[in-house]
Design a protein around this ligand. Structure first.
Ligand code: SF4
Ligand code: SF4
Length: 690
């Protein structure tokens, strides 16, 4: 009886302290601004089931994935047993054996045994991996390795005490059929010689230890990176990967909102509560950083560090802003969560901010916006969202950006393209091809089937112009009534938006929408994945709604319908390595159409896959405005990618993006390779009947 009262007091104190911490952490989230994250509830629930409970993303890396998923699933199952143990601590007569039919209770016992064994085995391997194998992605920046080892040891201790309790319970009294507790019953045979009194003492001590460890574990979580045990499922639910057409879309920005003097984010108070929840949810697994092209090639950017920095800064400033003096003092004295910022008094720490104190400009400008980090994160964190918001602040509020992008901003503003080309020359690539403009169609009071949005690269860059020509030839051969805007087209604004210049982006986008709406355009085809994504997915924020089709999908459809007259003779067997564009693949899930197009155009073609392909494809290095920035640090990303493509031994390389064309061609040149690089449209156009 005394024991039960004592346990009740411990339980109430532990749950009370946990509740205090839970409300404190929820309150800290309100340091960030509000954001609506409950639309598309069914998609969100599906994400929780597939990504959260099904662990689909964590299993992308099979070995570590199985280990972590085992611990997660084990915890879910073992929670039932934990509830029974805690309840029994207060009410000794409580037990599922009294509530459940014997076979069902037997299954419950079996599940507890098997999952406890699975969790223990997984934890031992995870400890070995972390302490002995030391994988690269678990090393380096912002990895709290001691914390991870402590938590893994605690989980192991929880499992060991669970087994000890069940084993010595059986030694005292063989209560259940052995089949239901295969591990403990074997252990009970091993320890069968222990006297009943000793066995009872060990069983009681193990049960108490297990219960106390469990409560200690629960209360340690809010102070540990393992807070994700609690936050990962809600984080997945609220993730902005939910909802059709929202993948990779930058958040809208009201530039004319009253009273707003700063734009983007310089500190956590400028981020949303969801960005801060991301910080709570990071497991520090490093999957994002291991996939980041900037990090891989030696740039000073680690998406894991960005997220951990958000958590550190939140834990530093939120207690001050929310009036938690004790916690604020703790943050200063510990210097732990705010260790980037060094020591200092509370007052000094108020002078800190996320930008500069924690995250440098160089880190931000190294990002190619490839979304590999977002794709890989097992708990659906959006690292890129933070980078984009900080870039917006740098450009719009502080006018700080690499000097080499100034000419691109100026050219977009004056010439409607990120280079100093004359708008009047935009349609020159089509000279002699008999291509009709929208204005000419309108003059005849007619409308084309589709508008071919050419994009700046294919309009002005000599190599990329050949892609536009090839695609126009395919459209003509298939009898498609299409038009171009020629000098009425301008940059869609994507480079400006990705480089943080939302003013310029909105100016260009509104201008484009005005032109498209004036011609009542409904369907657009384009060879550029950036135009495809921007116009199709981000223009709706400004009121532009169009069906936008990338040329890989459009050509595949034409080939499927046998509308493109191709030569049928078989040539020599050709191996082509295809490079996935980030804005086509990870942003828009278009992986098969370019591959199918290649195969349909050349029946003798074999599509070779580099080791990193499809959703794991390595960026070419041009996105996020990197096309206009010098790459001064580390290995060039395009060289790294081209090496992988050439490593397949392919006869030719294929791309489906004019930016990738430039980067991969330059990569091949730098590596002294004469393997040709084609756009998929050029491959198809090369097979057209003459
Ligand atoms: S978007 Fe790409 S380049 Fe940027 S941080 Fe993520 S993985 Fe790295
Ligand atoms: S952000 Fe996601 S992928 Fe990156 S370390 Fe954290 S949990 Fe892992």
């Amino acid at each position: 009886m005394t024991q039960n009262v004592l346990f009740l007091l411990v339980l109430v104190a532990a749950l009370g302290f946990f509740s205090y911490n839970a409300q404190r952490l929820v309150r800290y989230l309100t340091t960030g601004h509000d954001e609506h994250r409950t639309d598309h509830p069914w998609t969100r629930l599906r994400n929780v089931v597939v990504i959260g409970i099904g662990q689909s993303k964590i299993l992308r890396e099979p070995f570590a994935g199985i280990l972590h998923a085992s611990v997660f699933w084990g915890f879910v199952i073992l929670t039932l047993g934990s509830i029974e143990i805690l309840a029994r601590g207060v009410f000794p007569a409580f037990g599922f054996d009294r509530m459940l039919p014997t076979p069902v209770h037997g299954l419950f016992l079996l599940s507890q045994e098997l999952f406890a064994g699975l969790v223990l085995a997984a934890v031992v391997v995870l400890l070995y991996r972390r302490l002995v194998i030391k994988p690269r992605r678990l090393q380096g920046d912002k990895v709290h390795s001691g914390d991870a080892v402590f938590i893994l040891s605690m989980i192991a201790a929880l499992m060991v005490t669970l087994f000890l309790s069940a084993t010595f319970d059986r030694v005292v009294e063989a209560r259940h059929a052995a089949a239901f507790q295969p591990i403990s019953s074997v252990l009970a045979l091993v320890f069968g010689g222990v006297s009943p009194g000793t066995a009872r003492s060990i069983a009681t001590a193990s049960t108490w230890s297990h219960a106390l460890l469990l409560l200690a574990f629960l209360n340690y979580l809010p102070y540990s990176k393992h807070l994700h045990v609690i936050t990962s499922l809600p984080n997945t639910f609220f993730s902005n990967t939910s909802g059709p057409g929202q993948v990779g879309v930058m958040r809208p920005m009201d530039l004319e909102a009253e009273g707003v003097e700063t734009f983007g984010a310089s500190d956590v108070k400028d981020l949303s509560w969801k960005n801060l929840l991301d910080g709570y949810s990071c497991t520090e697994c490093g999957r994002c950083t291991a996939a980041c092209p900037a990090n891989i090639t030696g740039k000073p950017l680690s998406p894991r560090k960005i997220v951990v920095n958000v958590r550190q800064r939140t834990m530093e400033i939120a207690p001050l802003l929310k009036g938690d003096r004790a916690e604020a003092a703790h943050a200063v004295l510990a210097g732990g969560e705010g260790d980037d910022a060094g020591g200092g008094t509370v007052g000094e720490r108020v002078g800190h901010r996320l930008l500069d104190t924690y995250i440098t400009e160089d880190e931000l400008w190294a990002c190619t916006s490839c979304r590999a980090c977002v794709q890989e994160c097992p708990v659906s964190i959006d690292q890129l969202d933070v980078i984009n918001e900080l870039r917006r602040n740098l450009v719009l509020t502080e006018s700080r950006f690499p000097e080499e992008i100034q000419p691109a901003f100026e050219a977009m503003e004056r010439n409607g393209a990120p280079w100093k080309f004359q708008p009047a020359d935009r349609g020159r690539w089509a000279d002699g091809l008999g291509v009709t403009t929208m204005a000419e169609f309108a003059e005849r009071n007619e409308r084309p089937d589709v508008l071919f949005w050419v994009g700046c690269m294919a309009s002005f860059d000599d190599r990329a112009k050949k892609i536009a020509v090839a695609f126009a030839r395919i459209l003509n051969a298939a009898g498609i009534r299409f038009a171009i805007l020629a000098q009425e087209e301008s940059c869609n604004g994507d480079p400006a938006r990705r480089m943080g210049n939302e003013y310029l982006y909105q100016m260009l986008a509104r201008q484009a929408i005005e032109t498209l709406d004036r011609y009542h355009v409904t369907t657009i085809v384009t060879t550029c994945p950036h135009c495809f994504h921007q116009i199709g997915n981000e223009y709706p924020q400004l009121g532009g709604h169009y069906e936008v089709i990338h040329h890989s999908t459009y050509i595949e459809r034409l080939l499927q319908q046998e509308l493109v007259p191709l030569r049928t003779e078989n040539g020599k067997q050709l191996v082509v390595a295809y490079h996935d564009s980030c804005y086509l693949g990870r942003y828009n899930d278009v992986y098969d159409a370019p591959r199918e197009t290649l195969k349909r155009a050349l029946p003798v073609v074999t599509v070779a896959e580099p080791p990193r392909n499809r959703s794991r494809g390595l960026c070419c290095g041009a996105g996020g405005g990197r096309m206009w920035m010098e790459e001064r640090v580390g290995k060039r990303i395009n060289v790294e990618r081209t090496e992988e493509l050439l490593g397949t031994g392919a006869d030719a390389l294929a791309v489906a993006c004019p930016f990738c064309m430039t980067m991969i061609s330059d990569g091949a040149k730098a590596l002294g390779s004469d393997v040709p690089v084609y756009d998929i449209a050029e491959v198809v156009a090369g097979q057209l009947e003459r």
